[in-house]
Design a protein around this ligand. Structure first.
Ligand SMILES: [Zn+2]
Ligand SMILES: [Zn+2]
Length: 332
């Protein structure tokens, strides 16, 4: 039996490669919770009494975010929105159902389950095949990311949330940072910083409490807490190897060779970018001529309207019914 390096009482079950410690179940869970708590405090991500809209996909990261936040924030101030993408075999209803049940158990009343179809009239897979038929090779992740963000912000606004909270983990954040650097997207990189204000007054601040927790750690945490999940990879990831997918593969290799690399990268960027991120301006951005949402100064229509139009979605409905559906929607 190998003793836990933290408590020296219980037997170790997890080897935390980036710290070189062997930890027992209790000390590992406590370590993750403490790091999340520290990250929230360090950047003042969340204040007491704030209403938070949690964007949950149904996977392990969603579970961990829900589990930790309901412990450190008043559950009556938490709300959940979950979006069914409409990709065959992915983001299955059962996964979302599980997280919804868990949210209810934790005393969260406002639970919205919606879909990309509800917002655009089409499933994500339909949008993607329409685009491909027209020879538009936009990555499916582009539609997904833009639509998810739009829908989350929409519900957060109507339900009076102060902030939106997403379950992005350290791997996600490190990948995004590298992609931003490789694309030369300086503003994108700065906007990733926890102190960066939202681009527009009409967009809610977005926080990512799990940004310093490795993906293997969220998986282990979920498993140790008895949350059963079956992580299904999005089928588009293989079909269209994006720059992000390549960066992801490279980061895994790097992390194996030098554990803690992704964490140090993010810590370095946090320090380096703190001042310029804080000084980013919140602009009164112009409204998209089509949907009315904020868009960049140089644009007539927003990026979402532009990519949908290119895909051949001529008149997306952009209308989401204003009601919380929760499980009733899933069961229908
Ligand atoms: Zn221990
Ligand atoms: Zn628009």
């Amino acid at each position: 039996m190998v003793l836990c390096d933290a408590c020296r009482v219980r037997s170790a079950v997890v080897y935390q490669e980036h710290t070189g410690r062997r930890l027992c179940r209790e000390c590992f869970i406590a370590d993750v919770v403490e790091r999340v708590r520290y990250e929230i405090k360090r950047w003042r991500m969340i204040k007491n009494g704030e209403n938070l809209m949690l964007a949950l996909s149904g996977g392990k990261d969603s579970f961990v975010l829900l589990d930790i936040l309901s412990e450190i924030h008043d559950p009556s101030r938490l709300m959940v929105v979950s979006i069914v993408e409409g990709i065959p075999g992915y983001n299955r209803r059962e996964d979302i159902e599980k997280v919804v049940r868990y949210a209810k158990e934790r005393g969260i009343d406002t639970i919205i389950v919606t879909s990309i179809r509800e917002y655009t009239g089409l499933d994500l897979s339909e949008i993607v095949s329409m685009a491909w038929r027209r020879g538009v090779r936009e990555s499916p992740c582009t539609y997904d990311g833009l639509l998810r963000r739009r829908i989350i912000n929409h519900y957060a606004r109507i339900y009076g949330a102060d902030k939106t909270v997403t379950a992005h983990n350290l791997d996600d954040e490190a990948q995004t940072a590298i992609v931003n650097i490789l694309r030369g997207d300086w503003v994108g990189l700065l906007r990733q910083h926890p102190l960066a204000p939202p681009a527009s007054r009409r967009l809610l601040p977005r926080v990512k409490p799990l940004r310093k927790v490795y993906e293997w750690e969220t998986a282990t945490y979920a498993m140790l807490k008895g949350f059963k999940f079956q992580e299904t990879e999005c089928m588009y990831l293989e079909l269209a190897p994006t720059l992000r997918a390549r960066v992801r593969a490279a980061l895994y290799r790097l992390e194996r060779a030098k554990p803690g690399s992704a964490l140090r990268l993010l810590e370095t960027l946090d320090e380096l970018l703190e001042k310029p991120a804080r000084e980013l301006s919140v602009e009164d951005l112009p409204s998209c001529a089509r949907c009315g949402e904020p868009t960049s100064p140089a644009r007539r229509v927003c990026k979402l309207c532009e990519v949908l139009e290119k895909a051949g979605v001529i008149s997306p409905s952009y209308q989401i019914p204003f009601k919380a559906r929760g499980l009733a929607y899933l069961e229908a």
